[in-house]
Structure formats: C-alpha cells, structure tokens
Write a protein that binds this ligand. Structure first.
Ligand code: PIR
Ligand code: CA
Length: 321
C-alpha cells in the first residue's frame, strides 16, 4: 500500500467530466479506491455532445453498481466558442468499444453547475476537492454564479493543459482548447489549482502488460475497462501514432488519492486567448517573471507503476460483491 490518504478520512471529490474512455476510468478509480469518496458527477459538452457524455456517465455508474452519487448535466457548449468534440478518439457514442448497458442510475434534475455549487456550499469549508477532467465551462460558470465556492473548495485538481506541448494543436491540449475563456477563469481564481497536463498524462500509458493485469481481474467491470482500452488504443494508434494509449483523466484522481504518485513544480499559469497559432495554450511561468505568483502546481513526473497499482486495485475492489 502506498502513502497518502490511506488510513485517514477519504477526501471528498466531485468529478466534472465528459466520458470519454479515460473519464470512465477516472470515475471507476474514484469509486473503487478507499482514499477518496465520490460525492458527485457533473457532465459537460466535450469529447462528445452533452447528451451523449451524460448518458455515458450513467452507464459507467451502472457498470460500477454505484448508488447515491448524484449525476447532473451541465453546460452543452463552451462560454464563447463553438463546441468541438473528439469523435476521432472517442467515437460516435463518446465511449465506443464496450457494449454499453442501458443505465439504471437516474439523472439528478439539477443543472450541473448547481450540483457543483450545492456540493461545495452544503459541505464544511475545505472538505470538497473538484476534479475536472473536461473543458472547464461548468467550473467557470459555478465561480461566476457563486463566487463563495472559491474559498470554500479544498483544491482543484484538473486534467488539462501542458507546459511543453499540446495534443489538438501543437500548443493546446483539448480540455483547455475547447473552452480557453473558462480555463482562464479557473486558473486565475484565488484557489489552489493543480494542473495535471499532458506532459504528465503521456506517462500513463496502458501497455499490454497493464491491459493484461486488468483483464486478469476477470469481473464485468474489468472487462468493461479492457474493452474501453482496446477501442481507445486503436484510435490513438491510428490518429496520433501512439503505441500504447495515454490514459489522462485518472491521473488527476490519483493525485488526490496519493500525492506522491507524481511530482509537481509551482508555476504561474495563464491561458492564451488570442493567439493565432496558440489559442488555448497554458502558458506556464516557472520563474515568476514580473512578480507573477507561482500559485499553480504543475504536474511533471508520474510514478507509473504506483499509478497503475492504484487503478488495478480500484477496479478489483469494484468487482467485489
Ligand atoms: C483525449 C481527449 C480529447 C482529445 C484527445 N485526442 C484525447 C480528452 C480526454 O478525456 C482528456 O480529458 C483530455 N481530453 C485529454 O486531452
Ligand atoms: Ca475527459
């Protein structure tokens, strides 16, 4: 067992997501690991349209046998820009590969932005961690609608951005590129942000050995992940030339479960909103030029074996009756 929250009170997290193969695995990690308690899931248009990713979130909850965790649909489109999806990676359904069972888990009737606000305001100060794994539209809207959440949230641990490269453009990562204005609101609000970007998540590669370990678990939940990774891996190979696919979103959940799973460096992060070639780039200043505060923790190096141990242990726990 690793250090971190093991043995202590589980950290209460809300995942804001767009499932999405890797979002699905992030939800499963949060559900199966005893170091965090998943208290809400909100969805946002991103990898696919809002209706599809919301359906997929309910599918994942159903596969996990999850009950009592509210799931609410948030914003369908970015703050300013037109929606853009990632169908080439995630397929028409947003979660192509496994047979998707009809969800039995209901949809909360609140707007996702209101579920975020209610979750933060109805729990003690400093007790809720937000884990966004999608465009930051809902989080930005929540900040604007209820600014009091900013000092009440424990921290924001988000998957998005990068300090050395992009994936949808040479400079920009998808979650930030889809809604750069929302991301700028999130990075500049006075709360603690950890940016788990693609420099980090490209170290979380689902190798054949990893996929075999998951397959060996032998439960329906594990088979669901095996089928997800097969389709996701094939698309990543065809579209981006990866040998093994990077599994981005669970890295942010893993950081909350066990901070020692990755190293971070403090930086000042802002989002390029105007660049012709660089819109959506997370510009990371590690030196604090002109007095800029190094107020964001930027993820650098992943302990990949420890990360995959967390994922395998969580999926194993889900299978237990
Ligand atoms: C992954 C994503 C989008 C585009 C590509 N090419 C790959 C999704 C993942 O769900 C993750 O949250 C983030 N966006 C990685 O860029
Ligand atoms: Ca995602």
């Amino acid at each position: 067992m690793t250090a971190g929250n093991r043995g202590g009170e589980p950290r209460r997290i809300l995942i804001d997501c767009d499932p999405g193969h890797d979002d699905a695995i992030a939800i499963m990690l949060a559900h199966g690991d005893p170091g965090v308690q998943l208290v809400g899931i909100t969805t946002v248009g991103g990898n696919q349209t809002l209706d599809k990713v919301t359906h997929n979130a309910r599918v994942v909850a159903t596969v996990c046998g999850m009950t009592g965790v509210p799931i609410a649909a948030g914003s369908a489109v970015p703050l300013i820009r037109p929606i853009r999806t990632a169908a080439a990676i995630h397929g028409e359904s947003g979660m192509d590969g496994p047979v998707l069972p009809e969800p039995t888990v209901p949809l909360d009737d609140r707007h996702g932005v209101d579920l975020i606000i209610d979750t933060v305001m109805d729990n003690p100060p400093g007790s809720i961690t937000l884990v966004p794994t999608a465009p930051l539209t809902n989080i930005a809207l929540a900040v604007r609608k209820c600014p009091a959440i900013v000092e009440r949230v424990a921290e924001v641990v988000l998957m998005g951005g990068g300090y050395s490269k992009g994936n949808v453009t040479p400079a920009a990562e998808f979650n930030i590129a889809v809604d750069p204005e929302a991301a700028q609101i999130v990075f500049t609000a006075p709360w603690q942000v950890t940016m788990v970007g693609i420099d980090l998540t490209h170290q979380a590669l689902a190798t054949p050995a990893v996929q075999q370990r998951i397959s060996d678990i032998g439960t329906p939940a594990a088979q669901f992940v095996v089928d997800l990774l097969a389709a996701y891996g094939a698309n990543y190979r065809a579209e981006q030339g990866f040998g093994d696919p990077p599994v981005h979103d669970p890295c942010a959940v893993a950081r909350v479960i066990d901070p020692s799973v990755m190293t971070v460096r403090p930086a000042h992060v802002e989002v390029e909103l105007a660049g012709r070639l660089t819109a959506g780039m997370t510009v990371c200043d590690f030196l604090g030029r002109d007095g800029a505060r190094l107020d964001t923790d930027v993820a650098i190096t992943l302990d990949a074996p420890a990360f995959w141990d967390l994922v395998v242990d969580a999926i194993t726990a889900i299978g237990r009756p």
